[in-house]
Design a protein around this ligand. Structure first.
Ligand SMILES: *[C@@H]1O[C@H](CO)[C@@H](O)[C@H](O)[C@H]1NC(C)=O
Ligand SMILES: *[C@@H]1O[C@H](CO)[C@@H](O)[C@H](O)[C@H]1NC(C)=O
Ligand SMILES: *[C@@H]1O[C@H](CO)[C@@H](O)[C@H](O)[C@H]1NC(C)=O
Ligand SMILES: *[C@@H]1O[C@H](CO)[C@@H](O)[C@H](O)[C@H]1NC(C)=O
Ligand SMILES: *[C@@H]1O[C@H](CO)[C@@H](O)[C@H](O)[C@H]1NC(C)=O
Length: 394
């Protein structure tokens, strides 16, 4: 073999090693049969691209170019080999056929570490046709699809993605750790039922930063068995605010510890910051503690600051009961703006497990006619700095 040829072979080898270790292998859905015509079902094409990317040893990416893609319900499963990206540049449109409504998800990612979802694309849940079926007030609601489910996902990022008109929640996070949401946009009409923006449950070390959320239910809700949830720079409105809970429905649930909500804006929302637990809770040992709400601007919010241990939507519970969820060490600091009813601060705690170490610091919330009030029951705590309304704590 002459040395020139040997050198050539060696350099090709070296190049291929460099490529597999440093560059990202791209799986464009168009190479797997996807058609962006707004009607071809792309479920199989997307699945094939995902399976290819997931199996690929090393860094790889599923790419959905610009265009309008009809997509049925789909589960992208791991575990995968190495870090994966899912880049959505196009608009994904969910089914509108009623036969496909009663599945609990539209798009699910499951069992994956080091996943990045981004691309400035849109998930269009096509909710309008399904919302009339979400009649939970009567106690007979069937599960409608959540637009994006993240189950058992660790060390991952969701950024620059838009979700519109989800049939049920927009994003649902279950059993995920070290997951960051950055710059997601969420939109659905004010009267769309159960369209929570981001629901986090049974998860830890979750960051949600710079989200712009307008929806029909909670902008963000945190369910039981969660810890270390950092929420910042959220615009919420319309919507039902940022809530922890509801808690106390199931016997096996654990508490929520360590929630921070900072630098947020609420406009025309039902609630601002809220903690809600059922009065007839079964969960002994449940708790909500170590929360800080700081630097929050509200305008025309109905219930700006609300601890509600008598949470009972549609009156489907025993009001005589007393919540066993222990609420403690909650600080409300630098919260200002206006509310639409006089009762700006409501701390309605449990008779059997009174709230303690609740702090109100620098509150300035003005109600109709320039007047506002606060009410406390079964709660101990402190207040300092400005207090409008006058604090009901000592
Ligand atoms: C996509 O298809 C749906 C359902 O047929 C239709 O309502 C919608 O207008 C279409 N969008 C575009 C941009 O063609
Ligand atoms: C995800 O992280 C949690 C908490 O650190 C850990 O218990 C779990 O095993 C991790 N899951 C995977 C698939 O690595
Ligand atoms: C909140 O705003 C303050 C003041 O602008 C800033 O110093 C702080 O870093 C912000 N925090 C977050 C988490 O964005
Ligand atoms: C109260 O909560 C804050 C914020 O999470 C935490 O830093 C602090 O240690 C907690 N205090 C106690 C006494 O647990
Ligand atoms: C508040 O603390 C005082 C003094 O420790 C105690 O006597 C009272 O029962 C507490 N009230 C509630 C509602 O926990």
């Amino acid at each position: 073999m002459n040395s020139g040829l040997l050198l050539q072979i060696l350099s090709v080898l070296a190049l291929s090693i460099v490529c597999t270790t440093h560059s990202t292998k791209v799986f464009n859905v168009h190479h797997y049969g996807a058609v962006a015509d707004n009607k071809t079902d792309n479920t199989k094409a997307f699945m094939k691209a995902w399976i290819g990317a997931c199996k690929w040893r090393g860094k790889s990416r599923v790419l959905i170019p610009r265009g309008l893609y009809y997509l049925g319900s789909v589960v992208f499963r791991g575990p995968c080999n190495g870090p994966k990206e899912f880049v959505i540049k196009g608009v994904l449109r969910a089914p509108t056929e009623p036969g496909l409504f009663f599945i609990d998800h539209w798009i699910t990612f499951q069992n994956i570490n080091r996943l990045k979802i981004y691309g400035r694309g849109t998930l269009d849940g096509q909710g309008a046709a399904a919302w009339p079926y979400n009649d939970c007030g009567t106690g007979s609601c069937k599960p409608l699809p959540v637009s994006l489910r993240l189950d058992f996902i660790n060390d991952s990022d969701i950024s620059n993605i838009k979700s519109i008109n989800s049939k049920n929640f927009h994003f649902n996070v279950f059993s995920c750790y070290r997951l960051n949401f950055n710059r997601v946009t969420i939109s659905a009409p004010q009267d769309s039922p159960n369209t929570d923006g981001i629901h986090v449950g049974s998860s830890g070390d979750i960051t949600i930063d710079r989200a712009d959320i307008a929806t029909g239910d909670d902008c963000i809700s945190i369910g039981p068995s969660s810890q270390g949830i950092r929420i910042s720079n959220i615009f919420c409105g319309p919507g039902h605010g940022i809530s922890v809970g509801s808690m106390g429905k199931s016997e096996t649930e654990e508490g929520v510890r360590g929630v921070t909500v900072v630098n947020c804006t609420f406009r025309e929302t039902l609630n601002g910051v809220q903690i809600k637990t059922w009065p007839d809770s079964k969960a002994a040992g449940g708790f909500a503690s170590d929360f800080i709400y700081d630097n929050i601007d509200m305008k025309n919010v109905e219930n700006p600051i609300f601890i509600n241990q008598q949470y009972c939507p549609s009156n489907l519970c025993n009001h005589e009961g007393s919540s066993k969820i222990q609420v403690s060490n909650i600080t409300f600091r630098n919260i200002w703006g206006t509310c639409t009813k006089r009762d700006a601060v409501k701390l309605v705690c449990s008779k059997s497990n009174p709230c303690h170490d609740i702090a109100l610091e620098n509150i300035n919330i003005i109600g109709p006619g320039g007047l506002s009030s606060s009410s406390c029951s079964n709660v101990n705590g402190t207040s300092q700095g400005r207090q409008t309304p006058p604090s009901c704590l000592n």
